[in-house]
Structure formats: structure tokens, C-alpha cells
Write a protein of this length. Structure first.
Length: 304
């Protein structure tokens, strides 16, 4: 088909301006908090450390992923026809897939950084050199984009016998379900990606087991661990829940479920992490919190 129809917003026409306003506020807030965090890390030389570079890339990824979702959603709220072109649908599928995998690879790299910093502190600067930091950042971007490229090409080769998607955005499973032929290659590739996800989560879990084992003998070490690792741990939990919601909804979502609830479950991974991550890091990491406090105090002095 040349065009796909998106039916996720069919029940929102009566309150579309309210939904549009709330979505616009959420998108502007995502842009504001993530751009602020990026600028703080870029301009503050005391924050030029691997942990903050990884955090900066996490915010860049949030802007990238939400940029592939919110503009289309906002235009659909103001339109009576919720359609998207075939190429636009594949592009959105590529962006959202790479965004999701990139979120996980960045969280995995950050877990490794915290493991080295706490479990091998004397070797930290010898291991986390600028070259090593650059390699980890490249891995965090290249692997997700390669994964998304392969998945998109596998979907592109399928002849489709339908053009109706029961969501508010294009995702891989919704397109593959419309195929006229067998999708065993796509399914196998999907399971490979799930296994890779699982390996990443196991690595994060292993890192935190090592960190907790190292810190349990010292109250000071445990306090330091909680200060630097708690934001990351909360981010991992939030991301895991968001991805689980999306997978469960895509595969096993019931049509008897209210449309608004189905929409909420399907977009949770696109709404909560981009807002949650910079806020929780800004509140818990002392260097960032101090910088934000100084900026607010300076603005207050200027205005007075």
C-alpha cells in the first residue's frame, strides 16, 4: 500500500484539542529538560567525565526518539485523516526501533562505567580512557542503527495485503502482521534481538551484583554507590517496565481494552523515559544539581 491508516486516535476526536495541548506540553518539556542537561554537561568542564558523557548521549537519544513520534502525533490530533505514507511508516519504525535499542546500549555502557568506578577505583582512569569512552559511545550508537537497518530491510521486502494499523504510530509488529507471505525470517530476527536485549539486562544485573557486594562492607561506599547508581538503577527499571508494556501490548493486547489505555501502554516507552531520565539524574547527581542551582540563583539575581 502507498498509505497506512492509523486507528489509534479514532476515539479521541471529541477531546482532540485537550490531547493536543497535553502532548505539546509533554514534548516541549522533553526538549527543555534534555537540552538543558546536554548544555550543562557540554559547558561545565568539571562534568567532562565518562559518566556524564554517557548521560549526555542518553539525552541526545531521547530527543532523537521523541522527534520521530511527537510531531506526527501532534499533526494527527489536528487532522481528521490519520494516515502515513509507506516510506514514512518505515522511517518511523526505524527511528523508534533504533531509539529503543540505543536506550538499552547506553544503560549497559553506563552500568559498566559504574562497575569500574566502584569495584576497580584505582584502575578507573587507566581503563576509562578517552579512547575507551569514545569506543563505548560509538558502540552505543552503531549497534542500534545496524540492528534497525537490518530489521527495516527485512520488513521492506515483505509484500503487504493490508494498510490498517491499530496504533497511533508505526511499529515493526504492526507492519509485519499485514504480510501476505510467511514471516519466519522476521520472527527469527525478532527473537535474536530479544536474546541480545536479555544479554544486556544480564550484564547490567551482574554489574550491580558486583557493585553491591563491593559496597556492603562500608557505609561510606554504600552512600556513594546510592548517590551515583540509584539514578541509573531507577532508569533501568523504568525502561524495563516501559518496554515490557509495549511488547505485551503489541503481542497480546486485547481489542476489548479501552482505546485510551491501549494507547497509553503502547507509548509509555516514548513518554516516560525521556522525561524521567534527565529529571532523576538532575535531582540525584550532586554536580548537576549544584550547577542547576547556581544557574537558577544567577538568573534570580539578574532579574532582581
Amino acid at each position: 500500500p502507498a498509505m497506512f491508516t492509523l486507528s489509534g486516535l479514532n476515539d479521541s476526536s471529541t477531546n482532540k484539542y485537550i490531547y493536543f495541548s497535553l502532548s505539546l506540553i509533554a514534548y516541549l518539556f522533553v526538549i527543555c529538560v534534555n537540552v538543558t542537561l546536554i548544555l550543562i554537561i557540554a559547558l561545565e568542564k568539571t562534568l567532562h567525565e565518562p559518566m556524564y558523557f554517557f548521560l549526555c548521549n542518553l539525552s541526545v537519544n531521547a530527543l532523537y526518539g521523541t522527534g520521530g513520534f511527537y510531531p506526527k502525533l501532534l499533526s494527527d490530533f489536528l487532522s481528521d485523516m490519520h494516515v502515513i505514507s509507506y516510506s514514512g511508516c518505515l522511517l518511523q519504525r526505524f527511528v523508534l526501533h533504533s531509539f529503543g535499542v540505543c536506550e538499552l546500549t547506553h544503560l549497559t555502557v553506563m552500568a559498566y562505567d559504574r562497575y569500574v568506578a566502584i569495584c576497580r577505583p584505582l584502575e578507573y582512569h587507566a581503563i576509562m580512557t578517552p579512547l575507551m569512552t569514545g569506543k563505548l559511545i560509538l558502540f552505543s550508537w552503531i549497534f542500534p542503527f545496524c540492528s534497525a537497518c537490518i530489521g527495516t530491510l527485512l520488513t521492506f521486502r515483505l509484500p503487504l495485503c493490508g494498510s490498517h494499523i491499530e496504533k497511533i504510530f508505526c511499529d515493526n509488529w504492526s507492519i509485519v502482521k499485514l504480510s501476505c507471505v510467511g514471516t519466519i525470517v522476521n520472527n527469527v530476527y525478532g527473537y535474536v534481538i530479544i536474546c541480545i536485549f536479555f544479554v544486556h539486562f544480564l550484564f547490567i544485573l551482574f554489574s550491580y551484583m558486583k557493585i553491591l557486594r563491593t559496597c556492603r562492607t562500608s557505609t561510606i561506599a554504600m552512600n556513594k554507590c546510592m548517590q551515583t547508581c540509584l539514578p541509573h538503577l531507577l532508569t533501568v527499571i523504568n525502561y524495563s517496565v516501559a518496554v515490557l508494556f509495549d511488547i505485551m501490548y503489541s503481542r497480546y493486547g486485547s481489542s476489548d481494552m479501552p482505546q485510551a489505555l491501549r494507547n497509553l501502554l503502547s507509548v509509555e516507552f516514548l513518554i516516560v523515559p525521556p522525561i524521567f531520565n534527565p529529571v532523576i539524574y538532575g535531582l540525584n547527581l550532586q554536580k548537576i544539581r549544584n550547577k542547576v542551582t547556581r544557574m537558577c540563583s544567577r538568573n534570580k539575581v539578574i532579574h532582581t
